[in-house]
Every structure is written in C-alpha cells, then in structure tokens.
Design a protein around this ligand. Sequence first.
Ligand code: FAD
Ligand code: NAD
Length: 479
Amino acid sequence: MSEQHYKYVVVGGGQAAGYAAREFVSGGVKPGELLIIGKEDYVSYERPTLSKAYCKPEGPKLPAFHATVGGGGEKQEPAWYKEKGIEYLTGTTVTSADIKNKSISTDKGQTFSYDKLMIATGSTNITLDTFGAKNAKLNGIYYLRDIADGDALNKGIADAKKKNKEVVIVGGGYIGMEVSSMLKPHGLNITLVFPEDRLMSRLFTPEIASYYEKYYEEKGIKLLKGKLASGFVDAGDGSVKAVELKDGGSLPADLVVVGAGAKPNTDLFDGQLDLLEEKPGGIKTNAQLQTSHPDVYAVGDIAAFPQTLYGGGSSRQEHVQHARNSAAFAASEMMAPGKRGEYNYLPYFYSREFDRAWQFYGVNQGEPVFFGDASSGKFGSYWIDNGKVVGAFLESGSGDENNAIKQVATVRPSAPSKDELSKAGLDFATKASQKSATTVASVGSSYSSSQALGDMAVIGGFILAAFAVRRLRNLAYNR
Ligand code: FAD
Ligand code: NAD
C-alpha cells in the first residue's frame, strides 16, 4: 500500500484527541491536513463517564458523551470530523513508528508520513496477572478502561444478578471507589478490598478517608482494608467463584472489578524518544510538550512534562483536565510554535460518588490541615509545605468555593498557624482568592463554570438532564 502524507498526525483517539482536534480546527487546520488514528471503535469521548454512569441501570450511551461536551464544547460526533476535513481512523492500531523517518504504520497495512506527530496513546490498566495472581483470566473478572470494557462489564452485571449478586471490587483508588458507587444501584452485594489502611490513600488524609469510609458503609458497601487480592477461584466452568486474599481467606464473587492502577503506553517509542525509566515514567517532554524529537509532541497520560509551577521536576498526570489542556496546548504549538509559552499546569483531581463530589488543586505535600465539619458533609483540607499553602481539597463545594481553593493552590499564599488555618477554613481560600483574582486568571488549568457544567452533563448521563444543563452551559459559555 502506498504511503499517504499528512501535515499533522495524532496517534491515539482517546480523551486528548478530541480536544486536540477542537484546537486544530480553531487554529485554522485545512481539510486533509489532520489524521487521527485510534484503536477504539469510537471517536473521542469523555472517559470519566465510564466509571460514574456508564454501568448504572439505564446509564448513558454514545453519542451523549462524545468529546468535547465535558470541557464546555461541542459534541463532536463522527460527522463533526468529516465536516472539518479531519480523517479519523477508528478501530485502527498503530503497530510501529519510525520517528527518524517520520512515518507510522497500522494493523491495516497502511503507512502514513507526517510533518508533526502528537502522541496521545494514554494508559493501560495494570492487570493482576502482572503480580502473578492465580487464575487472573477467569470469566467474570473485569477491568474498566474503554467502552468495550464498559459493555463487557454491563453483561457481567446482568450475569451476577442471575447468580448470588456477590461483587468484589479490587483496589481502593479511583476506579474502586467510583465503580462501587456506580454499581450499587443494581442492588448488588459489594465488597471493596484494598491493601492500604484507608481509602484513596494517595490523596485522602485519615480524616477525609474516615468520612468516606463511613459514608460507603452507610450505603451498604463492605470495606476490607489491609488486604491484597492474590488469586481467584474457578467455579469449575471457567468463571470466577471467589477472590483469594494474600494472608488467607477468600471472598465469594460472581463478579470482580479490578482497579489496580495504570501504566503509560510508550512501547511504540522505546529506543526512539527519551522515556523516563523511573517514576513517574512516560515520554519526557519540555515545557512546550515537545519530546526529544522536535516534531513530536506528547500529551495526556503518557507525557512526563516539567511541573513548572512546582520546581520543574517531571510530572505525569493521569487525569482528564490535563489530557484536555495538554492536547489543546500541543495542537496550538504544533501549528504556531512559541505562541503559547510554557505549559503551566496546576494539578487538579476530582471525583463523584453517590451524591458526594470533591475537588483537589495543587499538591498534597507537607502537613495536612483539616477544616470544616465532616458531620455536616462540608469539609476540606489544606496542605502546608515550607510555610506555604500548596494544596487544597474540598468536599461538596459550590462553583465559587471550588474556584477559591483552586486560586489558593495557584498562588500558594503564606500559611498562618495550623490552628488559625483550620479555624478560618474556607474563608481563608475566599479571602486569598479575592486578593489574587488577577494573578489566577492567567493560569493554564482554568476549569471554568462552563466546563464544570459540561462535566455534570456528561456524567449525569440522562439525556433530558443533559439538555437542561447544556442550555445552562451555553448561557454560561456565551457570557
Ligand atoms: P486515553 O483517553 O486513554 O486515550 C488513549 C487512546 O489511545 C485510547 O483510545 C487507546 O485505545 C488508544 N491507543 C493506544 N495505543 C494505540 C495504538 N498503538 N494505536 C492506536 N490507538 C492507540 N480523570 C479525571 O480527571 N476524572 C475522572 O473522573 C476520570 N475518570 C476516569 C474513568 C475511567 C474509567 C478511566 C479509565 C480514566 C478516568 N480518568 C479520569 C483518567 C482520564 O480519563 C485519563 O487521564 C485520560 O483519558 C487520558 O487521556 P489520553 O488521551 O492521554 O488517554
Ligand atoms: P489507583 O492508583 O487510583 O488505585 C489503585 C488501587 O489498587 C490502590 O488502592 C492499590 O493499592 C490497589 N491494588 C493494587 N493491587 C491490588 C491487589 N492485588 N489487591 C487489592 N488492591 C490492589 O488506580 P485506579 O483506580 O485503577 O485508576 C486507574 C487509572 O484511571 C488511573 O490513571 C486514574 O488516575 C484513572 N482514573 C481517574 C479517575 C479520577 O480522576 N476521578 C477516575 C477513574 C480512573
């Protein structure tokens, strides 16, 4: 097959790709200049929907959550790309890349050359066979990364309902917490098992975790802390019957969902680009998201970029706001180098479980200072490092309150005493943010009220609600 040439090629049609396409279009890309290649059968969609709503009874289906609705933009269905003259190959895997000669090949036998390449291959779930777990491939054991996984899990849920409804969720991080909340409305008996001494230990302080643990237990989810899943028991027909724990004992299971972390998809570029062998891993970039080859950019989960706001060390963010922002940034740089300056990303994490929602900005480094009243459901934490407030977490914040904690993490004001900070609580953020409104307006990771409304729309997943919210979002966007 002959080689086709494109000015810009994006490898990986996931979360970042849709936002890159939006930016290429707004930068004036011409028909026939941009090619996107993705393994999945769908054009870019908002991945967070998968663990919050996709497997709920009557969860949302595509096209309701195509990118870029979560980021306050248009719903980019396949026709959108066609209309803009963007070639989008779905169901196509890039099998090799020749960075020196600027070409890539696919599993369909095609070869494409390019002027500039954007790598957006994302992450793959870490599977338990990696750790030598016994019977790790039995039927009834699921992971969640893409729509195909979500569809498989929906079938698994239906099967478990026909059996004893026993569900074990392995991992007390994002997937574990979100999926157990998403599955509970099915009336399943859910046990969440994880090795740490508390939920979401990578971020939650003991106070935050204890609030969530009580909340989950009240919702009927059993928590099993300090336990590692080490294998699975075969029911005799190739399907799972139980989860074995490392220190002995087992948990009955008709359905297992594993959320044991993810790793960046860098294999295609081994030996061709500078990769970070040590943590955080990924493809090394400079502050313009350029890799060690000047015509190749890396975005989203695989990019190990300099964390310019926090001393310039390499950081990798496996979160959607970074995927959106880095994709837009790199697309703009690929079209007009030097236009955007440096990629200044303020780390931002969020999650939603049942009727709870939290946000975090900055870094959870140094000493945490709890504030608010957990019994009222409104509380948070600051982190003080070297006399500065460097991170802030808030449960159930309003748009303004979340903006205030974001501004604190951006500006990193001097911290008062721990007691004073704890007593001041949200007032500290509100006052600090009023003082610094102009500084913050220029920071790259802005999460506007229109974006927040967009995320609510996709994750809510109910079409009527989405229409209503979309109207609100459009109003907010046009202001
Ligand atoms: P991805 O979105 O993973 O896209 C990569 C794409 O590249 C995939 O479609 C993959 O199939 C494709 N690909 C890989 N290799 C090849 C190849 N060789 N050829 C062709 N295609 C290839 N973050 C948050 O901040 N908030 C959330 O609520 C949240 N929820 C999440 C829920 C789930 C279930 C998951 C899995 C992640 C969630 N995340 C969330 C993380 C967030 O979705 C990721 O950080 C984001 O998707 C990263 O975007 P990306 O484009 O870099 O990678
Ligand atoms: P995670 O790192 O958040 O959590 C992994 C958990 O699995 C940890 O508790 C770990 O100790 C546990 N674990 C590992 N091996 C285990 C074993 N054998 N038995 C029991 N527990 C074990 O990773 P995740 O939840 O799998 O998330 C995967 C990816 O998806 C990450 O990139 C994450 O950022 C992303 N994600 C993000 C969000 C969000 O930002 N709201 C939501 C979903 C997914």
